[in-house]
Design a protein around this ligand. Structure first.
Ligand code: ADP
Ligand code: GLC
Length: 480
């Protein structure tokens, strides 16, 4: 079974959010289940800077775009049983300043997808399944069926399209069909790729893939409603039983408090209390928080975007500063959120810390050091951060939405059951009450808190179960 993952992010090479965590760890889990996996991503500048010397040149070939031809090179690397292919084109991918948010993102990812379609022929590699992830790869199932059907080597391939976030859709003018994608306007006229007067990479992936998945069963149900469907609920409904919700796991060897060298003190189930104390002390010192070993520390590691419920935190800040706790937020994104959170820190030094940026080592220390981890998301397809938190004995406080609902079992005050805390309404007061519930258990019922931490540490956040479901899904495609 040969599976080819295609995505715009892949840890440890390039990461913006949870997509990278998934693409960087699910293939290894599938390998343990007997599949062989390749991963194709663009060769961004950061990858070239950090890994360029480890890559092998595998070939080059022309790709049509904007009525001209551009040459791409393919670079390769084997790591942990997985083969990585990097599509190199300096003009499109080796730019300064992040990997998204350029005026020509549509053209860049159209080019990437065309280059992937030609890659198979260029290096004579013929996977059984192309597994595409998010809008950046949504046109591949369509290109395969519309433009390559006549070639039996392509014709036998099946496609899976995984939606990590329905809110980012890749919607562009219809002219791109001809100029960048090499697809017929017929597909606009018949509605297959049409969306809101233009074309949608996301919709096209949903329409054309043999199977569509998303990253938790609850989100799979939610996106069939107008509240969460981002105007694609009707299209998703048409896919009926081809839409699967499979919950994410994490790489438990990368995220492992026993070996994590970004922690000040490694710990396991036996000595988690010592571990928390030592890491908390290190975090407080590093970030200039009051060095109080008894104070509850609440963490957030997040992209600062509407999805994540940052507005609820800002709205409740006056209350939060009065609570018996410290708050650490690591994140970047929306400039207005960054400005407000900087002000919050400035007015509450020692109690609130906002670290503005993307910082992987610090994220590990936060997961290891905090007592609670806050995710008041407006919507959350799965969420990786709450899984990491539990792995580090840090109890998630989450809104009951998407995958947060599937993965966090809220505290039951009567029998002490649960591995975190939750609230239902997207509302600041409800969030504040959930934080208070956590504080009350932490300070007043320490035995229950200890049990909750054990439940969190014992929660299976690995890929073991979900990788088996992906294997079933691939078998369902009828290739073998
Ligand atoms: P999303 O993919 O929507 O951003 P997830 O919870 O699925 O949310 O995944 C977020 C991932 O990105 C986690 O691994 C988290 O630790 C990481 N992350 C987010 N923001 C930062 C940051 N500022 N610095 C370091 N890591 C971050
Ligand atoms: C997206 C979602 C997040 C999910 C991640 C990985 O970024 O926002 O909820 O965990 O993809 O699937």
């Amino acid at each position: 079974m040969e599976i080819c993952f295609v995505a715009s992010e892949c840890s440890p090479f390039i990461k913006v959010g949870g997509l990278a965590d998934v693409v960087g760890s699910l293939p290894q889990a599938l390998t343990r289940n007997g599949a062989h996996c390749c991963v194709v991503v663009p060769l961004y500048k950061k990858i070239n800077d950090n890994y360029g010397h480890q890559l092998t040149y595998l070939g080059e070939y022309p790709v049509d775009i904007n009525y001209t031809q551009r040459i791409v090179k393919v670079m390769g690397m084997d790591k942990d049983g997985v083969t990585y292919f990097f599509i190199q084109h300096a003009g499109y991918f080796e730019r300064e300043g992040g990997i998204y948010g350029f005026m020509d993102d549509g053209e860049r990812f159209a080019f990437f997808q065309k280059a992937v379609m030609e890659l198979f022929r260029a290096i004579n590699y013929w996977p059984d399944v192309i597994h595409c992830h998010d809008w950046h790869t949504g046109m591949i199932p369509c290109m395969l069926k519309e433009n390559y059907w006549y070639d039996s080597r392509y014709n036998r391939m099946k496609t899976v399209y995984t939606i990590h976030n329905l809110a980012y859709q890749g919607n562009f003018p219809k002219s791109m069909l001809d100029s960048c994608l090499g697809l017929s306007f017929r597909l606009f006229d018949n509605g297959n790729v049409r969306f809101d007067g233009g074309i949608s990479f996301m919709k096209t992936g949903i329409v054309y893939a043999d199977k569509v998945t998303t990253v938790s069963p609850n989100y799979a149900r939610e996106i069939l409603t107008s509240e969460y469907g981002e105007h694609l609920d009707q299209v998703l409904m048409m896919r009926g039983s081809d839409l699967w919700g499979i919950v994410n796991g994490i790489d438990t060897s990368v995220w492992n408090p026993t070996t994590d060298n970004h922690l000040a003190y490694n710990f396991d189930r036996e000595n988690w209390q010592e571990g928390k104390a030592a890491n908390k002390a290190a975090l407080q010192k590093q970030l200039g928080l009051d060095e109080d070993p008894h104070c509850f520390v609440l963490g957030m590691v997040t992209r600062l975007v509407d999805q994540k419920g940052i507005e609820l935190v800002i709205q409740q800040m006056d209350e939060i500063v009065k609570m018996p706790m410290q708050l650490v937020i690591l994140g970047n994104g929306n400039a207005e959120y960054e400005r407000i959170l900087t002000d919050c820190e400035n007015g509450n030094k020692g109690k609130i810390c906002f670290y503005n940026g993307y910082n992987e080592p610090l994220s590990h220390l936060i997961y290891g050091a905090c007592d609670g981890f806050l995710m008041p998301s407006k919507f959350e397809p799965c969420g990786i951060s709450q899984l990491i938190s539990m792995r580090y004995g840090t109890l998630p406080i989450v809104r009951e939405t998407g995958g947060l609902k599937d993965t966090v079992n809220p505290y039951n005050m009567f029998n002490g059951d649960g591995n975190g805390f939750s609230f239902y309404q997207y509302d600041g007061l409800d969030m504040k009450e959930a934080i208070w519930r956590a504080l009350a258990v932490y300070y007043d019922v320490p035995q229950h808190w200890t049990n909750l931490v054990y439940h969190a540490l014992d929660t299976d956040v690995s890929w073991d179960h979900s990788a088996g479901i992906y294997m079933d899904l691939y078998h369902n495609l009828g290739v073998w």
